[in-house]
Write a protein that binds this ligand. Structure first.
Ligand code: FAD
Length: 503
C-alpha cells in the first residue's frame, strides 16, 4: 500500500468537452476549479460536432411548444417532460451566453443568425458555425477562455479511474496523471462530464476517448445508471467502400438531408417512402432502421446519400468540412453518390441526474453525454445534445454558486494495486466485435446472450487481476459499459425508440 499524491480543489470537473468547459465558465470566479482531461483538450466529441445546436431564438409560445413536441415525438415514451421544458425554455439564454463568450455562429449578410433543419425538427431552429464545424468553433472559443481564467487549473493527460466516496457521498476522484502515477483529487463538488460510449463499438463516429469512463466509474461506486440500452446509430456515416478501415468513422451531418439531400439504395432507387411518410427527415431511429432493412433487402453493406442536386457552390460553402473529406476519399458531392451506412453515434443512457444535474450520490453531479437527464427519451432529437450540455451545465453552476464555500475534506488515500505494462488490446477488440455484431441496430435475445457471455468473461477476469494503468482502465471501462448496455437491452423486451428487438 502506497500513499497517493494528492491535491484539493473547490470544484472538480472530469472532462473538457462542452459540458465540462461551459459548466466551468458558469461557476463564480471565486471558486477554485480543477478540470481533468484524459488526453488533450481538443480531443472530444464536442470538437467533432457538425450540424449545430438546436434552440428557439425567436421566442413565442408556439415555437417553444413545437420544439418540446418534436423532442417528445423523437424520444417516444420515455422522456421526462420537466427536463425537456428546462431544455427548451432555457435554450435562448444559454445560446446567447455562448454568443457573448465569442462563439462565431454563422450569420447572413445582414447579421441575422442562419438557422438550419435536421431530421425530426418541424422547423428551422438549429444554429451552426463554420458551416459544418459547429463543435470546433464552439470548443476553440471556450478552450481559449478557460486557459485564461486564473481560478481554473487544467490537467491534461490525466485519467479519472475511480470516485473517492463514503456513505454515498463523493469527496473527489482518483486519477492517473501524465506519468501514470496515481493522484487523489479532493473536492467539495465533483462533476462527471466524461462524454460518450462510442469506443465500446467496433465502428463509431465518436472520438477514441469515448470509452464511457464516467459511467463505468460511477457504476462501480454504486451510482444510479439508467437507460443504457438506448444507443443511437446515426443513419449517414461515410462508408469507405475501397478501404473498409475500422474504428472512428466520418459523419455526414443530418443537416445535409435537412437541406434536401436524399437516400437511394445501391440500385439507385429512392426508398424512404416505403418506411415513413416523413421520408429522409424522419427521426434518426426510423431512418437508421429503414437503411438497415434496405441494405438487407439489396444484399449490400451501404446505401447512397444523394446531394448532387444541391450544386457544388452551395455544398462547398455550407458543408466545407464534409465536402473536403468526401473529396479526400475521391467523391465529388455534386456529381457522385456518397456511400453511407448507419453506425454508433450517441449514448442516450448514463448517470441518472435530476433537473440540477445531481446524481444519486451526494456532492456528485453529471453533465453531457455521460448523463441521462431524461430529455432524449428513447431516441435523441438531432442537435439537442450540445444544448443539453449548456442548459444542465448552467443549472449545476447555479447550485454550486449558491452553496456555502468551504474547505474540501481530505485524507491519506492509499493505493495497493501495482503497475504492469500489460496490453489489453485483444480484450477491447473482442468486446467491440461482440457489440457490433449482437448489440447493433437490430437485436435479439440469443445474440445478446452470446455478447453478454463474452463481455462478462472479460469483465470478471479484469476485476480479478486489477492493474493500475490507463490501458487496464480503458479495457475495464469498455467491458463495464458494454455489460450495462447488453444487460439493459436483454431486460427491455419490447422495441422502442432506438432499441429494436426482432424477437
Ligand atoms: C461526429 C459527431 C458529430 C456530432 N454532431 C452534433 C451536432 O451537430 N449537434 C449536437 O447537438 N450534437 C452532436 N454530436 C453529439 C455531441 O457532440 C456530444 O453529445 C457532446 O459534444 C458531448 O459533450 P460532452 O462534453 O458530454 O463530451 P465530450 O465532448 O466527448 O467530452 C468528454 C471529455 O471528457 C474527457 N474524459 C473522458 N474520460 C475521461 C477520464 N477517464 N478522465 C479524464 N477525462 C476524461 C475527455 O478527455 C473529454 O475532454 C455529435 C457527435 C459526434 C461524435
Amino acid at each position: 500500500m502506497r500513499s497517493m499524491k494528492q491535491m484539493q480543489t473547490d470544484v472538480l470537473i472530469v472532462g473538457g468537452g462542452l459540458s465540462g468547459l461551459y459548466t466551468a465558465l458558469q461557476i463564480d470566479e471565486s471558486r477554485k476549479i480543477t478540470i481533468l482531461v484524459k488526453e488533450k483538450l481538443t480531443e472530444s466529441n464536442s470538437f467533432l460536432a457538425q450540424g449545430g445546436i438546436a434552440g428557439v431564438m425567436n421566442i413565442n409560445d408556439a415555437s417553444l411548444t413545437k420544439h418540446i413536441e418534436d423532442t417528445i415525438i423523437a424520444g417516444v415514451d420515455l422522456y421526462d417532460k420537466s427536463a425537456i421544458q428546462a431544455l427548451v425554455y432555457q435554450a435562448k439564454e444559454n445560446i446567447e451566453e455562448l454568443i457573448k463568450l465569442g462563439v462565431p455562429f454563422d450569420v447572413d449578410s445582414t447579421g441575422n443568425i442562419l438557422l438550419t433543419k435536421e431530421a425530426g425538427h418541424s422547423t428551422r431552429r438549429i444554429l451552426h458555425a463554420g458551416g459544418d464545424a459547429t463543435g470546433q468553433k464552439i470548443m476553440e472559443t471556450l478552450i481559449a477562455l478557460v486557459k485564461n481564467k486564473p481560478n481554473i487549473t487544467i490537467l491534461e493527460n490525466t485519467m479519472f479511474y475511480a470516485l473517492i466516496h463514503e456513505d454515498n457521498t463523493c469527496y473527489g476522484v482518483k486519477a492517473l496523471d501524465e506519468k501514470g502515477e496515481a493522484l487523489a483529487v479532493f473536492a467539495n463538488h465533483t462533476i462527471l462530464a466524461t462524454g460518450g460510449i462510442g469506443a465500446v463499438y467496433q465502428d463509431s463516429t465518436n472520438s477514441h476517448i469515448a470509452t464511457g469512463d464516467g459511467i463505468a466509474g460511477a457504476y462501480r461506486a454504486g451510482v444510479e445508471i439508467v437507460h443504457m440500452e438506448f444507443v443511437q446509430f446515426h443513419p449517414t456515416v461515410f462508408y469507405d467502400v475501397k478501404n473498409e478501415f475500422r474504428g472512428q468513422k466520418f459523419l455526414i451531418s443530418e443537416a445535409l438531408r435537412g437541406e434536401g439531400a436524399i437516400l437511394r439504395n445501391i440500385e439507385g432507387n429512392r426508398f424512404m417512402a416505403k418506411y415513413d411518410e416523413r421520408l429522409e427527415l424522419a427521426p434518426r431511429d426510423v431512418v437508421s432502421l429503414s437503411i438497415y432493412k434496405e441494405m438487407y433487402d439489396t444484399w449490400s453493406d451501404y446505401v447512397y446519400l444523394d446531394a448532387r442536386h444541391l450544386g457544388k457552390e452551395f455544398l462547398k460553402d455550407r458543408f466545407p468540412t464534409i465536402y473536403q473529406k468526401c473529396l479526400n476519399f475521391g467523391y465529388h458531392m455534386e456529381s457522385d453518390l456518397i456511400p453511407i451506412a448507419p453506425q454508433e453515434h450517441y449514448g442516450i443512457g448514463g448517470i441518472k441526474i435530476d433537473l440540477n444535474g445531481k446524481t444519486s450520490m451526494a456532492n456528485l453531479y453529471a453533465n453531457g453525454e455521460c448523463s441521462n437527464s431524461g430529455v432524449h427519451g428513447a431516441n435523441r432529437l438531432a442537435s439537442n445534445s450540445l444544448l443539453e450540455c449548456l442548459v444542465f451545465g448552467k443549472r449545476i453552476a447555479n447550485v454550486i454558486n449558491q452553496s456555502k464555500p468551504q474547505r474540501p475534506l481530505y485524507w491519506d488515500v492509499k493505493e495497493a494495486r501495482i503497475y504492469k505494462p500489460y496490453n489489453y488490446h485483444h480484450i477491447r477488440q473482442d468486446i467491440r466485435n461482440a457489440m457490433q455484431q449482437f448489440a447493433f441496430i437490430v437485436r435479439k435475445k440469443e445474440g445478446l446472450e452470446i455478447a453478454l457471455k463474452i463481455i462478462s468473461n472479460h469483465y470478471q477476469a479484469l476485476l480479478k487481476y486489477p492493474v493500475l494503468s490507463v490501458d487496464y482502465y480503458r479495457a475495464l471501462n469498455i467491458a463495464t459499459v458494454a455489460k450495462l448496455i447488453v444487460q439493459a437491452a436483454l431486460a427491455r423486451k419490447e422495441s422502442i425508440g432506438c432499441h429494436y428487438r426482432i424477437d
